[in-house]
Design a protein around this ligand. Structure first.
Ligand code: 9MR
Length: 353
């Protein structure tokens, strides 16, 4: 892992400051200012390394044309922030609504972007019909199988990778006591993967979680489970590290080693929901540190062969989930609320060059 040097910090600040001046003067920087007039987006730069650079997006934002223009041009992968979750896709038992997910998939097709499907099995954002009553194991198994297979089948051939099970472990590495775990036991994870694989044998199937960027009890639990699942021949192809980072907790310095150990199990890895929040107000120093982190996490992925790509959890502070969930925090993304690139954006470009 590269350590932050005063020189690189200064360089970043200068790059950011220069870009800000150029943007302010109406002179295109970055994507539109390359040699031979060829626009170089984050996606273009990432593709040269065989990686994707993506962003989450959410249906209500898609009326914002300037937002959509950057989403469609700068990225080669998108993830629906909410549109494919259980509450959205099966609002009544057995009654499916694909409208939100379809909107995202159609947008991705128009922009030649990959889609990460998010998410099939999660304890949060479940419909009331599911959480509002007790189920026997036999009943819940059937409900879960039907949901997974209906959704994966509907999107067959259109989804690059699915977050099949999201956030299955607690911080100490014990299983999270979700409705699925409590009713079905830990085997629900292997079952979910097998059912998804039957429905779309070509989609990459992931487990995905937050606070798993460092080597520690939670990522160890995934490592152990992934190893077991692979040994049993369960169709697991990747591990998603959400990477919701916060300046006050320090950079996860074991990220690269952690990615590498999952690669060695024969799994792809991806940074799936990246943001780097800070206490507001943002200032030059915090934004410079944030830029270093974005650069370092991009470097970490590039350094590990099977780290396939990076997804921002939306690309702009305008649509970040952070301020609503963490009081007094925000400014977590590489574009600000006016859709102007921040130092973090230029730092990512630097890492990709
Ligand atoms: O971005 C999503 C936000 O719009 C929702 O309100 C929130 C509800 O929990 O979920 C957000 O996305 C989450 C993702 O699905 C799973 N990892 C954590 C993300 C942030 O909460």
């Amino acid at each position: 892992m590269r350590t932050t040097t005063t020189r690189s910090r200064t360089r970043l600040r200068l790059a950011g400051a220069l870009a800000a001046v150029l943007v302010g003067a109406g002179i295109a920087t970055g994507p539109t200012a390359q040699a031979e007039g060829k626009p170089q987006t984050l996606a273009d730069l990432a593709q040269k390394h065989g990686r994707y650079y993506g962003s989450a997006t959410d249906n209500p934002e898609l009326v914002d044309e300037p937002y959509k223009a950057i989403l469609g041009s700068e990225f080669d992968q998108i993830t629906p922030g909410n549109g494919m979750k259980w509450y959205a896709t099966e609002p009544q038992q057995g009654v499916f609504d694909w409208s939100k997910g379809d909107e995202i998939v159609n947008l991705a097709r128009a922009n030649h972007q990959k889609v990460r499907g998010h998410t099939l099995v999660w304890h949060s954002q479940l419909p009331d019909w599911l959480t509002g009553r007790d189920w026997t194991a036999t009943e819940l198994r059937a409900v879960l199988k039907k949901h997974i297979q209906a959704e994966v089948r509907h999107y067959k051939g259109k989804i690059y990778a699915w977050d099949v099970v999201n956030e299955a472990f607690n911080e100490d590495g014990t299983y999270r006591e979700t409705i699925f775990y409590k009713t079905l036991g830990p085997g629900y994870i292997a079952d979910a993967l097998r059912w998804a694989h039957q429905a779309d044998p070509k989609a990459k199937l992931y487990l995905n979680d937050y606070n798993v960027e460092t080597i520690g009890p939670k990522s160890d639990a995934y490592y152990k489970l992934a190893k077991e699942l692979k040994a049993q021949g369960v169709p697991l192809h990747g591990f998603g590290l959400q990477a919701h980072l916060a300046l006050q907790y320090g950079y996860p310095t074991t990220l690269e080693d952690n990615l590498r150990r999952f690669s060695r199990l024969g799994l792809d890895t991806a940074l799936t929901e990246v943001d780097v929040r800070m206490y507001l107000p943002a200032d030059e120093t915090k934004l410079a540190t944030q830029a270093e982190w974005y650069r370092d996490l991009t470097d970490a992925c590039l350094a590990v062969r099977r780290c396939v790509g990076i997804t921002l959890w939306d690309y702009t502070d305008k649509y970040s989930w952070i301020p609503a969930f963490f009081e007094g925090e925000g400014a977590a993304l590489p574009w600000d609320e006016q859709l102007a690139p921040k130092p973090a954006y230029f730092a990512i470009r630097e890492a990709l060059k």
